[in-house]
Design a protein around this ligand. Structure first.
Ligand code: PLP
Length: 431
């Protein structure tokens, strides 16, 4: 390695060729400030930057790396697939195998189509829901993220029953105008909306456990009501399990809540770290896709053989008996340890977790929606983030992101993290 290479130099150089120096905005450390770490390699629970520093990784590539980095079985599968072909652009037997496995792990998925990103999967599911129902309006919830398709970069309008406004420049107002935005976990709003506009709604898209506004659990009663209302009004219920799928439980949040959505959006874990995602669900709905039906959807690299090999290899690991029990236990131990360490130093911290996904809030109560997440202590979060990073623990650089634990995070790694946290909270308390 070039000894002169530093994160700072690379960040400066990157910004000359890449907007903001990054290929996805949150990597730029804007909320926490400072210089992003440029990574060189990763193994198990660790990532190593260009300066040779080691970090315990709690981002896991934002979710995919549930079996740890560079798992030998995944790497082996990728290498073998790569020697056969990087891309055929024609059907393969392995695509059928992963489709069958996804159906087995998620009963709501009767048929499935592979795509290359969660964004693409969510966008395709929306078009399918609109094509199937013949309706244009869609509903999403404040603080949920479903990728960056135009219809989904929308914030609430001026009133509850008014359609949304673009949350990004470049999204036409008349596209955003078909999206209604409600507050997460608010049953009264759901009732009110369906009572007045139920017949216009093609689908409701929701993260069952929200992971893009920190970690916010949908209440069981709210999910139940949403399922009932969609059924009553002929709207499709679309669960975006890009983050929660195979992560909060083997069968995803559907298994946690015992609710069956009409369509499911998948990604992250199912790609094993390669660009692969999927959408699936009711066979009668999925059969509306071309070439069978009138809803167009396609992809040059969809079902890419190397990505399918990585995804299959990782799904085979996570479906082994006890995988999620152990992962959930590790995550709970980490959360309890962090709460105890914070309490020792008089720092207000609450935590929540499910399977291998967690949330940390510098607040006295668990949040139920975006507004409550936004009330957490941002200054405390920033200080904690940097205090941990300096001690070799890499947390998400935003208090609006969830955290991830992998099966490679063993007891020693958790102990080391808690030791770092004890020192970090002491530093916070002394501010
Ligand atoms: C990450 C994510 C997406 C977008 O997936 P990309 O692969 O980044 O396009 C969509 N929905 C949810 C819930 C996600 O967490």
């Amino acid at each position: 390695m070039d000894q002169q290479t530093s994160n700072e130099d690379l960040f400066e150089r990157a910004q000359r060729s890449i907007p903001g120096g990054v290929n996805s905005p949150v990597r730029a450390f804007r909320q926490v400030g400072g210089v992003p770490r440029f990574m060189q390699r990763a193994e198990g629970p660790y990532m190593f930057d260009v300066e040779g520093r080691r970090y315990i990784d709690y981002i896991g590539s934002w979710g995919p790396m549930i079996a740890g980095h560079a798992h030998p079985e995944v790497i082996d599968a990728v290498q073998r697939a790569a020697t056969r072909s990087l891309s055929f652009g024609a059907p393969t037997a392995d695509e059928i195998e992963i489709a069958e496995l996804l159906r087995e792990l998620m009963p709501a998925v009767e048929m499935v189509r592979l795509v290359s990103s969660g964004t693409e999967a969510a966008m395709s599911a929306l078009r399918l829901a609109r094509g199937f129902t013949g309706r244009d309006a869609i509903v999403k919830f404040e603080g949920c993220y479903h990728g960056h398709a135009d219809s989904l970069l929308v914030k609430a309008g001026s009133g509850l029953l008014t359609f949304g406004n673009p949350s990004s420049a470049g999204v036409p107002a008349d596209v955003a105008a078909h999206t209604l935005v409600l507050e997460y976990n608010n049953i009264a709003q759901l009732d009110q909306l369906f009572a007045s506009r139920g017949a216009e709604i093609a689908c409701v898209l929701v993260e069952p456990i929200a992971g893009n506004m920190n970690f916010v659990r949908g209440s069981a009663a709210w999910h139940q009501r949403l399922r009932e209302l969609c059924t009553q009004h002929g709207a499709l219920l679309v669960w975006d399990e890009v983050m929660t799928g195979f992560r909060v439980a083997l069968g995803g949040a559907q298994q946690v809540y015992g609710i069956r959505p009409d369509l499911v959006v998948l990604g992250k874990v199912m790609g094993g770290g390669m660009p692969m995602a999927a959408f699936g669900g009711r066979a009668d709905v999925m059969q509306q896709l071309s070439p069978l039906g009138a809803v167009y959807q396609a992809g040059t690299l969809s079902g890419n053989p190397v990505a399918v090999a990585a995804g299959m290899a990782q799904l085979r690991i996570v479906r082994r008996a006890g995988f999620h029990d152990a992962l959930g236990e590790t995550t709970r131990r980490l959360m309890q340890g962090l709460e105890q360490a914070a309490a020792r130093h008089g720092v207000a911290l609450r935590t929540d977790c499910q399977g291998g996904m967690f949330g940390l809030y510098f607040a006295t109560d668990l949040p139920r929606n975006y507004a409550e997440v936004a009330k957490a202590d941002l200054q405390a979060f920033k200080a904690f983030f940097h205090a941990m990073l300096a001690r070799g623990v890499y947390l998400a650089p935003s208090m609006f992101e969830a955290g991830f634990v992998s099966s490679a995070h063993d007891a020693g790694v958790i102990d080391a993290t808690l030791q770092a946290a004890d020192a970090a909270f002491a530093e916070l308390a002394a501010r």
